[in-house]
Design a binder for this molecule. Structure first.
Ligand SMILES: Nc1nc2c([nH]c(=O)n2[C@H]2C[C@H](O)[C@@H](COP(=O)(O)OP(=O)(O)OP(=O)(O)O)O2)c(=O)[nH]1
Ligand SMILES: [Mg+2]
Length: 325
């Protein structure tokens, strides 16, 4: 059902409320409203003149009878439904007062983040669920590591709890050597519960059972939709450098993107850095979580988040130091 509100996009504040076991609160929308019958995160339309935080406090009081005490930005996105364009400003509520109740008669459930994919949410919620399940750093293998150095670095880094998402990038290897290395790296990553993205042909990533594929510029241009036989949690990511490639990533339905180079970097010394203002503007156009790449270290994570990012990606500065370095 369409809304009578003619603001476009419709400004909506959305709250992902977490409990101390890492579960989040979902509620069911009534049948007779826009996206009726689907599960959602609590929240609603911002009234004219209201700030995001005022709307958050009002909506959570009206719908659940609770008061948010602390929250942080999670992701902002615009989504085009056939009948309505919405702009969702999503925050993660980490502390609140009161016990949530369905004050409008809506069913409530606390569910672990890993169980969210299986629920029937509105389409706009896919990036929110991705943002919840992705870490604040994305490690990319440097191409000067030979396969043995790569194995040593993976083994020493994978025990670090901050390391949970890695991209295997090895453009110096031929297809056969890359596939052999990818099989070894996947076995190591699986043992530690780390997700491995292959910077390779999407069919290879699927056939080896990788957690996802990272599309470089050429593969993003060639992308013709998710190949058949992919699990729904298989991640598709892409490298983005400007508005054109951000639009391509949106059209490809990427689960996350990496924007670069944000700052000067030793690996690409000739490339002009985008800077944080341009990063923020590109992040605003994304329909998915965005990592900043280029001269990043873990100290840049708060800055990346303050500019609308999920966190940082890195080739050199983001890997933990290993004793063999
Ligand atoms: N609250 C919420 N809204 C969502 C989510 N995903 C999503 O696409 N939306 C859309 C559905 C609606 O078009 C819009 C939210 O508007 P709403 O109808 O819930 O607004 P409201 O709570 O102010 O309701 P009302 O007072 O107008 O009855 O955002 C979500 O996870 N949570
Ligand atoms: Mg609502």
């Amino acid at each position: 059902m369409a809304t009578c509100d003619d603001r476009s996009p419709l400004p909506v504040v959305v709250a992902v409320i977490m409990d101390d076991q890492g579960r989040c609160l979902i509620t069911r929308r009534p049948q007779d409203v826009h996206q009726g019958g689907r599960w959602e995160f609590p929240g609603g339309k911002r009234e004219p003149g209201e700030s995001r935080d005022q709307a958050l406090t009002r909506e959570l009081a009206e719908e659940l009878g609770i008061t948010p005490l602390s929250h942080e930005p999670l992701i902002c996105l615009t989504h085009d439904y056939p009948d309505l364009q919405v702009h969702l400003d999503v925050v993660r509520v980490t502390d609140f007062q009161g016990t949530p109740q369905g004050l409008e008669g809506q069913p409530l459930k606390w569910v672990p983040v890993q169980a969210l994919d299986a629920r029937n949410f509105p389409k706009a919620n896919r990036p929110i669920i991705r943002a919840l399940s992705l870490p604040d750093r994305y490690l990319i293998t440097p191409d000067h590591w030979d396969p043995e150095q790569l194995r040593v670095h993976l083994e020493c880094s994978l025990g670090d709890p901050a390391v949970s998402l890695v991209q295997l990038r090895a453009p110096q290897l031929d297809a056969g050597a890359y596939a052999a290395l990818a099989e070894d790296a996947l076995a190591l990553c699986r043992r530690q519960g780390v997700r491995l993205m292959l910077n390779a042909d999407p069919a290879l990533a699927r056939d080896l059972g990788a957690d996802g594929v990272h599309l470089n510029h050429q593969r993003l241009c060639d992308w013709r939709g998710r190949p058949s036989g992919l699990a729904s949690d298989f991640l598709v990511a892409a490298s983005v450098h400007d508005e054109v490639s951000m639009t391509q990533a949106r059209q490809a339905g990427c689960d996350f993107v990496v924007v670069s180079p944000v700052a000067p970097t030793r690996t690409h010394p000739g490339a002009a850095p985008l800077g944080w203002t341009r990063f923020a503007s590109l992040a605003d156009q994304a329909a998915c979580p965005v990592y900043a790449l280029g001269g990043m270290t873990p100290e840049d994570i708060p800055r990346a988040r303050a500019h609308g990012g999920q966190g940082v990606a890195g080739i050199r500065g983001v890997w933990p130091a290993c004793s063999s370095d």
